[in-house]
Ligand binder design. Structure first.
Ligand SMILES: O=P(O)(O)OC[C@H]1O[C@](O)(CO)[C@@H](O)[C@@H]1O
Length: 184
């Protein structure tokens, strides 16, 4: 029997190689959600997501997607870079994340508006239950690379009014290197 080469590889630095699509998100997409927005003199890339979809359509039931999010290090007026974050359109579906490199936080929010943070370090395996909005925040000095597997029927649901979360994570001089502020 012939053994075929796998179409997609996960490299040690968190990049995919082979068959995948890439999406990029710049600062302007999250700027209004910052405590103290940038004047957008520059509009740097904040994160990219590489997805191996195995030719499965988004929304199709029964399949799984495999992705890697890579969030750049940095902050705007002290607030660390983060992903847009979303609920799933099929809201009761969950997702796995795992830390590949860098240092971050996973912000989770339930449908009642309760929010919590989990540490994301290389090797950490994080389960995102259904009905839970999720956002990655890079609190480290290097790129935060995080793997993910989610159902092809999950879809992405964003808030019509903007930011889904009230939690902000800012750089500070404490031993943990950050502080948390919540909108009232
Ligand atoms: O831009 P968003 O909504 O934060 O999502 C980024 C990506 O993170 C994932 O949860 C996987 O990393 C994907 O579902 C999504 O494409």
């Amino acid at each position: 029997m012939k053994v075929n080469k796998v179409p997609t590889e996960l490299l040690r630095d968190g990049h995919l190689k082979g068959a995948f699509t890439t999406g990029e998100t710049n600062l302007s997409a999250i700027n209004d959600w910052l405590l103290n927005p940038s004047d957008l003199d520059t509009n740097p890339e904040i994160y990219s997501v590489q997805v191996a979809d195995n030719n499965i359509e988004d929304g199709q039931p029964g399949g799984l997607f495999f992705g890697v999010s890579r969030i750049a290090p940095g902050n705007v007026h002290g607030e660390f870079y983060f992903t847009k974050g979303h609920f799933h359109k099929k809201i009761d579906t969950g997702e796995y994340y795992w830390g590949i490199s860098g240092s971050g936080l996973l912000l989770l929010g339930d449908t009642d508006g309760n929010e919590r943070l989990l540490a994301v370090e290389p090797g950490a395996v994080l389960y995102i239950p259904g009905k839970t909005a999720h956002r990655l925040i890079n609190i480290g000095q290097g790129t935060l690379a995080v793997g993910a597997v989610w159902q092809s029927e999950s879809g992405h649901a964003y808030s019509k009014n903007g930011n889904l979360f009230k939690t902000h994570v800012l750089k500070d001089a404490s031993s943990i290197g950050y502080k948390v502020i919540q909108d009232q």
